[in-house]
Design a protein around this ligand. Structure first.
Ligand code: NAD
Length: 251
């Protein structure tokens, strides 16, 4: 059992919860950051049940004061921050003609400014320790177009660039920064999107066809790669965009 600490945004559900479980299995104490209090508390109980310590922080990552409070809670409770998984994200459908200015701003506030606030709040703890690892969650839609995702796709493409600039700048502090690029992963977010579509069965078949394996991925398959990228096994990996997309990007 280690005393290492992993912080994950969007930790109450989907990829974030799977990451929390993967790190907890490997002895990390977990800080779950989310805005869904019901699912956040459930996730906290689930992770504690795995024999490590966990704390749920209600924190909107687009709110600087709330992020700073979450960093303070982490420091007070655990005194460390070894791994930060910047995972929470918002998807809004629409072309530039359809997307409202309000939705555009909200999405960018969460998907990009959220990573900036979180990293700015937690990196200093890693710097004091002399080491750290950050993993950002991008998306295949930052590289491939499915239509009517102007804000989402462009924000996810920017996460790739942000990852590389952070990796370059934070290398001097012995902090590695990488991003995972998931394809279609069967999470509550994607399940909701499938069910809301005019043809759920057709949408599910379409998403399955976007992998050379003919299926969607699981949250655990992404969490395994997040864990690898944050671990010392990836000690010479930084600034990378690591595709976990079942081959969507080679099609
Ligand atoms: N599921 C996929 O197929 C897929 C593919 C590519 C990328 N992604 C990305 O993976 C990440 C996680 O998505 P998921 O599929 O697990 O979704 P999810 O809806 O299952 O989980 C997302 C979590 O983030 C939380 N959240 C939303 N806004 C927040 C905010 N402002 N502050 C804090 N928490 C917030 C939600 O409450 C939720 O618990 C997102 O960045 C998403 O864009 C998902």
């Amino acid at each position: 059992m280690s005393n290492k600490v992993m912080i994950v945004s969007g930790g109450a559900s989907g990829l974030g919860l799977a990451a929390a479980e993967k790190f907890a299995k490997n002895g990390y104490n977990i800080v779950l950051i989310d805005i869904n209090d019901e699912k956040g508390k459930q996730a906290e109980a689930k992770i504690k049940g795995m024999g490590v310590d966990a704390v749920y922080c209600h924190c909107d990552i687009s709110n600087s004061a709330q992020v700073q409070q979450a960093a303070k809670t982490t420091k007070d409770r655990f005194g460390r921050a070894d791994v930060l998984i910047n995972n929470a994200g918002l998807e809004v459908r629409g072309s530039i003609l359809q997307c409202s200015e309000e939705d555009w701003i909200r999405l960018y506030d969460i998907n990009l400014k959220g990573i900036y606030y979180m990293s700015k709040a937690f990196a200093p703890i890693m710097i004091d320790q002399g080491k750290g690892a950050i993993v950002n969650t991008g998306s295949i839609l930052g590289y491939r177009t499915v239509g009517e995702r102007a804000a989402y796709s462009s924000s996810k493409g920017a996460i790739d660039t942000l990852t590389r600039t952070m990796a370059f700048d934070l290398a001097q502090n012995n902090i590695r920064v990488n991003c995972v690029v998931p394809g279609a992963i069967d999470t509550p977010l994607l399940r909701g999107s499938i069910n809301d579509s005019p043809d759920p069965a057709g949408t599910e078949a379409f998403l399955g066809s976007k992998s050379v394996f003919g299926r969607m991925g699981t949250s655990a398959e992404v969490a395994n790669v997040m864990y690898f990228l944050a671990s010392d096994d990836a000690s010479f990996v930084t600034g990378a965009a690591y595709f976990v997309d079942g081959g969507w990007s080679i099609m």
